[in-house]
Design a protein around this ligand. Structure first.
Ligand SMILES: NC(=O)C1=CN([C@@H]2O[C@H](COP(=O)(O)OP(=O)(O)OC[C@H]3O[C@@H](n4cnc5c(N)ncnc54)[C@H](O)[C@@H]3O)[C@@H](O)[C@H]2O)C=CC1
Ligand SMILES: CCCCCC(=O)/C=C/[C@H]1[C@H](O)CC(=O)[C@@H]1CCCCCCC(=O)O
Length: 266
C-alpha cells in the first residue's frame, strides 16, 4: 500500500537507519520531517532528499531528543519545550501527522557516557511517543496514525557488551508493548509497534570498537559474525511493514541478516 499524502516524523534522521527510513517513506509517497541534533548532516541529508523527491515533501528541524526543556531568552527567560515545538512545527508545515518513527539512539556504557545513553534512548523515545500520541489521537484532534519505536535485538537477548544499551532497548520494548495493550489508544486510532534489528551497517556499529561505547567488543564481533550485518535498506523494508500493515499493533519485529524477519512474542 502507498503512504501518499501521509505525514511522517523520523528522529535521528540525518544518517544510518533513520535516513533509510525517511527514504522508504518518501519513496512510498509520504511527506517527511527529519529530526536530528546534527544540524550539518541533517541539512546535507535534507538537500539530498529535496533533489530526489522535490522541495515540498521534506523538511529538517534540529532538535536534541534528550533535552526537550531549554531556556529561551525570548520574551524574558522561560523554559520552552523544543521537542514539542519541533513536532508541532512539522505537523503544521507538512499539513498533518500520521507516522512517528522514534529512531534516535546511541551506545555508551562508561561512567561519563551511560546516562546520556539512557536519556537519549529511553527518555527521548518515551517523549517522542507521548508527542506522537498527543498529536495523532482522535480525541485530541488528530486523525489517528502509527508509532514505531526502534529498539534492538540487544533489548531481547542479554547483551554482555552493553548492559546499559540492552536495558534501554528493553525499556523501549516494554513501554511500547504496554501502550499497545491500552484500549484507549486503539479507540483513538493510534497503533504502536517496535522494530528490533540486529546489526546493520551504520556509524553506530562502526563505533563499536570504541571502548567508551561498549564492553568486550571482541564478543560483539563473534555475535556479529553469527548474525551478519544488514544494509540499512533491508531494515527499512521491515520498518515499512510495521507502518503499512493496518492490522499491526503491539508487534515486535526482529530482523537479522542470517535469520531474516521474525515476530517476537512473550
Ligand atoms: N545499526 C545497528 O546495528 C542497529 C541500530 N539500532 C538502533 O537504530 C537506531 C539508529 O541507529 P543507527 O542508524 O545505527 O545509528 P547512527 O549513529 O548511524 O545514526 C543515529 C542518528 O541519530 C542522531 N541522534 C543521536 N542522538 C540524538 C539526539 N539526542 N537527538 C537527535 N538526534 C540524535 C545522530 O545524529 C544520527 O544522525 C538507534 O536507536 C540504534 O540503537 C538497533 C539495532 C541495530
Ligand atoms: C544481535 C544484536 C544486535 C544488536 C545491534 C545493535 O543494536 C548494536 C548495538 C551495539 C551498541 O553500539 C552498543 C552495544 O552494546 C551493542 C552491541 C550489542 C551486541 C550484543 C547482542 C546480544 C545478542 O544478541 O546475543
Amino acid at each position: 500500500m502507498s503512504s501518499t499524502g501521509k505525514v511522517a516524523i523520523v528522529t535521528g534522521a540525518a544518517q544510518g537507519l533513520g535516513k533509510a527510513f525517511c527514504d522508504i517513506l518518501l519513496k512510498n509517497g509520504a511527506k517527511v520531517g527529519l529530526v536530528d541534533f546534527n544540524s550539518e548532516l541533517g541539512q546535507k541529508t535534507l538537500a539530498e532528499f529535496e533533489q530526489k523527491y522535490g522541495q515540498n515533501r521534506v523538511m529538517f528541524v534540529k532538535c536534541d531528543v534528550s533535552n526537550s526543556k531549554q531556556l529561551s531568552a525570548y520574551k524574558g527567560i522561560q523554559c520552552i519545550d523544543l521537542y514539542k515545538q519541533t513536532f508541532e512545527a512539522i505537523k503544521h508545515k507538512l499539513g498533518g501527522l500520521d507516522i512517528v518513527i522514534n529512531n534516535a539512539g546511541v551506545g555508551g556504557e562508561m561512567e561519563d557516557t551511560w546516562e546520556r545513553t539512557v536519556d537519549i534512548n529511553v527518555k527521548g523515545t518515551i517523549k517522542g511517543t507521548m508527542l506522537g500520541m498527543e498529536l495523532m489521537r482522535k480525541d485530541k484532534g488528530g486523525n489517528g496514525g502509527v508509532i514505531v519505536n526502534v529498539a534492538s535485538m540487544a533489548g531481547i537477548n542479554p547483551n554482555p557488551c552493553g548492559p546499559v544499551y540492552a536495558a534501554t532497548k528493553s525499556a523501549i520494548i516494554m513501554y511500547s508493548q504496554s501502550w499497545s495493550k491500552n484500549p484507549e489508544l486503539a479507540q483513538n486510532g493510534v497503533r504502536i509497534n517496535v522494530l528490533a534489528p540486529a546489526f546493520a551497517d551504520t556509524a553506530l556499529v562502526k563505533a563499536m570498537g570504541d571502548t567508551n561505547t561498549m564492553h568486550a567488543p571482541a564478543i560483539a564481533r563473534v555475535i556479529m559474525q553469527r548474525v551478519g550485518i544488514m544494509t540499512p535498506e533491508t531494515v527499512a523494508e521491515a520498518l515499512y511493514e510495521l507502518v503499512d500493515d493496518q492490522n499491526k499493533t503491539g508487534a515486535i519485529l526482529k530482523i537479522a541478516q542470517t535469520t531474516g524477519k521474525e515476530y517476537h512474542t512473550y
